[in-house]
Design a protein around this ligand. Structure first.
Ligand code: SAM
Length: 260
């Protein structure tokens, strides 16, 4: 039984880290004319209302996008996408990763999205079908393996699990190895939490062993509430596009500024 709902966390510090890197990578990848495939294994609902009772209850967006957005350059691809979607859905709206991504895609690019939770999947379909996205109501890793290698072969896959199932930490390196074996040219980006418990660490050690050339970028931040175990955000990127390291360095400085 899935209980995680991203609406409680939309626009938080981890989302800013993940979405800013995602937008920077897609901005770069779509400068080349060659078409690409964008895949998400855990897509969420695509669009969030930061004025909803769930988002207001945690106040995480108030500590995240509402603080950091203005500290990024005005023309940053993440800020550009925020402006575009707010113009359509209002100032309190916050795009999910599929909607951030959709704005970069061109005719000829292909988007596949997996989301298992029925309620989230219904909401996702409403937001993303007008963009021509192909939706799957199935396990994201199963979808990823079935799709790899996609057509077009060039592309990016975002893996953004909720980590509700603790067995995911051990299973993810195996899933990523299997996906990369089938799709060795794909950019594969995994988001993961930095936890006070250290539960994420063996997974990252194993991923570093499997993918020694990958980019592993982590930012730290204060917990959203006292005693909350999430104290940072990580992105593990296999085959990062050119320029991703520079963007990561910019985000390191941005998050360091949080404690200044
Ligand atoms: N990527 C989204 C974003 O940044 O806007 C947020 C995704 S949220 C962290 C994780 C999502 O995965 C949830 O919506 C949850 O319902 C979904 N989920 C959980 N287990 C899944 C599975 N096995 N396969 C696909 N989706 C799953």
């Amino acid at each position: 039984m899935l209980s995680y709902q991203h609406i409680y966390h939309a626009g938080n510090l981890a989302d800013v880290h993940k979405h800013a890197l995602l937008c920077a990578m897609l901005d770069y990848m779509t400068r080349k004319e060659k078409p690409l495939t964008y895949i998400e294994t855990h897509a969420g609902r695509g669009l969030y209302d930061l004025a909803s009772p769930e988002a207001v209850k945690t106040g995480e967006a108030a500590q995240g996008v509402e603080v950091l957005e203005a500290r990024l350059p005005e023309d940053h691809p993440y800020r550009r996408r925020l402006r575009e979607e707010r113009a359509l859905f209002g100032p309190q709206s916050y795009p999910g990763s599929p909607l951030f991504a959709a704005g970069f895609l061109r005719d000829g690019d292909v988007m596949h999205l997996a989301e298992l939770h029925p309620q989230e999947h219904r909401a996702l379909a409403k937001v993303m079908e007008p963009w021509g996205a192909h939706l799957r109501a199935e396990d994201g890793f199963r979808a990823a393996l079935a799709l790899a290698p996609p057509t077009p072969r060039r592309g990016l896959m975002l893996i953004d699990p909720s980590f509700e199932v603790k067995a995911d930490y051990a299973a993810i390196p195996k899933h990523m190895a299997a996906i990369a074996r089938k799709w060795n040219v794909g950019t594969i980006a995994l988001w993961y939490p930095l936890l006070t418990s250290g539960l994420h660490r063996p997974m990252i050690e194993e991923l570093r062993r499997q993918f020694p050339d990958a980019l592993c970028h982590e930012v730290r931040f204060p917990p959203a509430r006292e005693g909350h175990g999430l104290v940072g955000s990580g992105m593990f990127i296999v085959n990062p596009p050119w320029g991703t390291e520079d963007e990561a360095a910019r985000l390191t400085a941005l998050f360091k500024g949080l404690s200044a």
